[in-house]
Design a protein around this ligand. Sequence first.
Ligand code: GLA
Length: 676
Amino acid sequence: MKSRLVLALGLSLAALVPQIVSAETVWLDDLNLSAATQGWGEPHKNQSVDGKPLTIAGQSFARGFGTHAESKLHVNLNGGAQSFSASVGVDDDVNGSAASSVEFIVLGDGKELWKSGVLRAGNAAKACEVNLAGVKSLVLEVTAAGDGIDSDHADWANAKFETAAGKPEAVAGETPLAAVTPYILTPAAPATPRINGANVFGVRPGSPFLFTIPATGNRPMEFSAQDLPHGLKLDAATGRITGKLKKQGEFIVILGAKNALGTAEKKFRIVVGDQIALTPPMGWNSWNCFAGAVSAEHVKSAADAMVQSGLINHGWTYINVDDYWQNHRNSKDPTLHGEFRDAKGFIVPNARFPDMKGMADYIHNLGLKAGLYSSPGPWTCGGCAASWLHEEQDAQTYAKWGFDYLKYDWCSYGSIASGKITNAMNIPLYGKSATNDAGAIYPYAVMGKFLRDQKRDIVFSLCQYGMADVWNWGGSVYGNCWRTTGDITDTWRSMSGIGFKQDKCAPHAQPGNWNDPDMLVVGQVGWGHLHPSRLTVDEQYTHISLWCLLSAPLLIGCDMTKLDDFTLNLLENDEVIAIDQDELGKEATCVETNGDVRVYEKELADGGRALGFFNLGPASVDLQFNDLAKLGFTGSLNVRDLWRQKDVADVNAASGTLPLTIPAHGVVLYKLTAAK
Ligand code: GLA
């Protein structure tokens, strides 16, 4: 239904005014709402996403658009639009869910025109009034406000345009780019020995030490480790260093690798202290490929493939089972039936994981490390038994089995958090004092402490989607990494939407503490239904380059037994990986925006800087980049293309230009160092 407001003008007045001014109301719900994309359910006209009457904090609305974060509706205004208005909020059909939080954003011609701030269940509808003079296209967006999309039912109620001419029209958003034929940039590793991976390794006094020297080159290879501290020993045939170091301290060891064609050496720093994960953890996780179908056989095969593919020689280490190693509360699958805990309260794995210790041993015997998953609530996100009120027993069990990594979610803790927000156990917080919402911190402080009590180094990975600005306090609860966003999926929108929004947490990355923008979506992924990643080849180069610049934990999410050449090469470029593993531990931020191009810069331990030039647009971009001085570079610089592992130019920061061709959604990744 349209309503028309015509300013009726008397004849005498009309003579003075050159044209009749009219405004027409066009209701948003009269547009083709099926053009919207959203994170769950279908777009609804005049109803919530659940098909109920639109209601925000008890206030009912007859008209509007009921959607679900993450949601986008693209609208062509077709000229003459004057304004947009709406009442926005979380629909009451979420029944007050604590997980529900959204942000409404109005973008005009790519610029932010209005945003609501974070709105939660029960918050009154917020008035949105936007002037559209001169605006050609609009995007109505609802984000998950940084905590995942759970219960994010969002209403654009009473939403309408006032337009003087031209009728707004909903259109499909950006269409996925055409496939790009895979092309490999990573040069083959030489047959002569080369020692790859991080230059530093952290261990706590008394913890079992396991480090496998990652080295490429023909086998057989003989390893050496000069000045290895007392307490450690090297297996010269496998390159595995094991043992225990009793006291705090720092040791410089010269690692060596020798084969029939030559030798290689590398300076390696062992730091015995409080902190582990001095560089971002690298490995594999079962979720993005197997999700709820995972078994111990899958996990062991992934470990085998990590070795057979040669990825272990580039520093890939952890083999992590995600959700579904425990029994399930109500699954129909008989392999998930069984007692949750034994008579003493210790967790019992499901029938697919008959021998957790045996599985961890199997992984260790390959020179790799083992990880698992739980949640602080009674149930994991998938509905399996989780750690609530059994945190200490679980930490002890993980250590007894020999696990080296725990990913600890949030699921099903929300309702507990609302009633239990004090630090009742008086858990001492480590390092910085935690000042944020105690309810969000508490379960991690509990598990963090119990993990620390074990005589084993267990990387503690918080998976609570960035709530309560986790980057401010994650380190204080012994967290080594923390998710900063909801779950990733293998689309450009998801990957780029996460990857290019990390600046706010960047200052908090440091050795031992990493922001985690979620796992990698390259190779065969699919959460139980495998398919090749839907990211184009260039988008995958962007994904890996960006995650390395962000100092992100690198967890491969694909079926390791189905690695194709392209994916393998994407994951074994040592110069690219070195950016992620740089011991300074800085995280890149966006230092320049130039049209569709974003420039990311990361400071490196050797005084060099990595620059990623990302093209977010749908067409290839040619650019003469001459802003080096503006970015603070001085003097003569050596420019190295990291994907091609090739020096491309020596350039003067003040007068030089870098000619760049950046494919659509692709990247050019350079390292700049002072020229010799
Ligand atoms: C959450 C996490 C995922 C995965 C699943 C398991 O969604 O974000 O990475 O661990 O839980 O159920």
